[in-house]
Design a protein around this ligand. Structure first.
Ligand code: SF4
Ligand code: SF4
Length: 425
């Protein structure tokens, strides 16, 4: 793609990067076919190629408009288009640049401004987010149905292990998961402990994805720097007992931490540390191999159902490129995974998207649940807190983090009654 960036942008880091990315796009439109918003709306401007054109126009000096803002807002950042693209166009980076440019120049209506501000002020801060969620859960019966649907039932983290192990990892203490799905956090720590890996709590908090998705790049980088500062004593080459990895249980946050090196590449004080953090970030499925899971007590002895569906979050399959990894582990252990149509497609959760783009998000969830439930699974497993709570609000069966299937602690998750199929292990 030929480009002609404005002189103001041409010599900036962001401009140079955007120019390089734009030049890799060959306009083929393959990406459009797998874009969920194009499939729903049928408008080229709501597909990746159309969004790339709009961003290109902005970078070449066209005035940002409310219309462009709307089309960019409707993007889920699901990155399905990046998996489909044969030219390796780094759409996510282009989108972030385009969104920040539009955000700077196009004022939003008051309601939108307040909602986006509230999300940034509350969600990344557990000291604000957790009490509000707990209050909502206590008042659930008197809340409007739309709000009730967004609030998961209260969960519990369960008893955490205290054993020491030679193998040690840090764990991102993300902003939403401990409040919305504490059982997933507890399960992760217990499963790692059972596999001989100690989780070291080193502080830090939100990965920065909430701010990044809301086009607040500098705020996002602030969260990244805070995490790096908290983790560095355990990661520095001269650390007394260095952690071998940073495990991130929510795949959305995992994708973000794996990208810290990119986000802070131009920060002389943090670039090197950020690159090391990214290199050490791991999804649990990268730390736990089939042998680790096979050594754990069998989930089926605890009443965990065999017949399940797995929803691979976009951030796991397209963001972290771990396609089929969790599914393989589950099958190795003996789970029967029901067929799921269009498994590559987004469930509509997408961070704050389900709040900001409720209608599109709801349509995508309906499609996704039809696909997930077509094979009559007893439950649905996934790998990201956002997908889990979004799907659980409308699913006919329980939705859990896949690590909960292996949780050795009894009673943290009440499993639905089921009989193992004939011939199952
Ligand atoms: S990130 Fe997802 S929604 Fe956005 S353009 Fe790509 S495929 Fe479409
Ligand atoms: S598939 Fe890739 S190269 Fe083709 S239009 Fe989409 S982004 Fe451009």
């Amino acid at each position: 793609m030929q480009t002609s960036l404005t002189s103001a942008l041409r010599d900036t880091d962001a401009g140079r990067e955007a120019d390089r990315i734009l030049r890799t796009c060959v306009h083929c439109g393959f990406c459009t076919a797998t874009c969920p918003t194009y499939q729903l709306l049928g408008d080229e401007l709501d597909g990746p190629r159309g969004r790339i054109y709009q961003i290109k126009s902005l970078l070449e000096g066209e005035a940002p408009t409310r219309s462009v803002q709307t089309h960019l807002d409707r993007c889920l950042t699901c990155l399905n288009c990046m998996t489909t693209c044969p030219s390796g166009v780094q759409y996510d980076r282009l989108l972030a640049t385009g969104r920040e440019l539009v955000e700077e120049h196009v004022p939003r209506p008051l309601g939108e401004r307040l909602l986006r501000r509230a999300l940034r002020l509350i969600v990344p801060h557990p000291a604000r987010f957790a009490p509000l969620v707990k209050l909502g859960q206590a008042l659930r019966p008197v809340l409007p149905a739309a709000l009730q649907a967004k609030l998961p039932a209260p969960g519990k983290i369960g008893k955490l292990p205290t054993r020491r192990h030679v193998r040690r990892v840090l764990m991102l203490k993300n902003c939403a998961e401990p409040t919305l799905t504490p059982a997933a956090v507890g399960a992760a720590i217990r499963v790692l402990d059972a596999a001989g890996i100690e989780v070291v709590h080193a502080g830090g908090g939100c990965c920065g994805a909430v701010s990044e998705h809301l086009a607040a790049g500098e705020e996002a980088r602030g969260f990244m720097r805070r995490n790096i500062d908290a983790w560095w004593p355990h990661l520095a080459p001269d650390a007394a007992a260095p952690a071998e990895a940073i495990v991130v249980t929510a795949s959305g946050c995992g994708a973000m931490v794996k990208d810290y090196g990119h986000h802070l590449a131009h920060d002389p004080a943090y670039a090197e540390k950020a690159a090391r953090v990214s290199a050490l970030a791991r999804d649990p499925s990268e730390l736990l191999g089939p042998d680790d899971l096979a050594r754990l007590p069998s989930p089926f002895d605890r009443g965990v159902p065999y017949r399940i569906a797995f929803h691979p979050p976009c951030t796991l399959q397209h963001g972290q490129r771990l396609m089929g990894r969790v599914e393989g582990l589950l099958r190795d252990v003996g789970f029967e995974l029901t067929p799921v149509r269009d498994a590559h497609s987004c469930c509509g959760s997408a961070g704050t998207y389900s709040i900001l783009q409720g209608e599109l998000s709801g349509q995508l969830r309906t499609r996704k649940l039809d696909a997930l439930q077509q094979g009559a699974p007893v439950l649905i497993a996934t790998a990201n807190v956002g997908c889990q709570t979004h799907l659980a609000a409308a699913a006919d069966v329980p939705v859990v983090h896949w690590l909960e299937l292996f949780d050795p602690a009894p009673g943290v998750v009440p499993w639905p009654a089921t009989a193992p199929p004939a011939g199952s292990p």
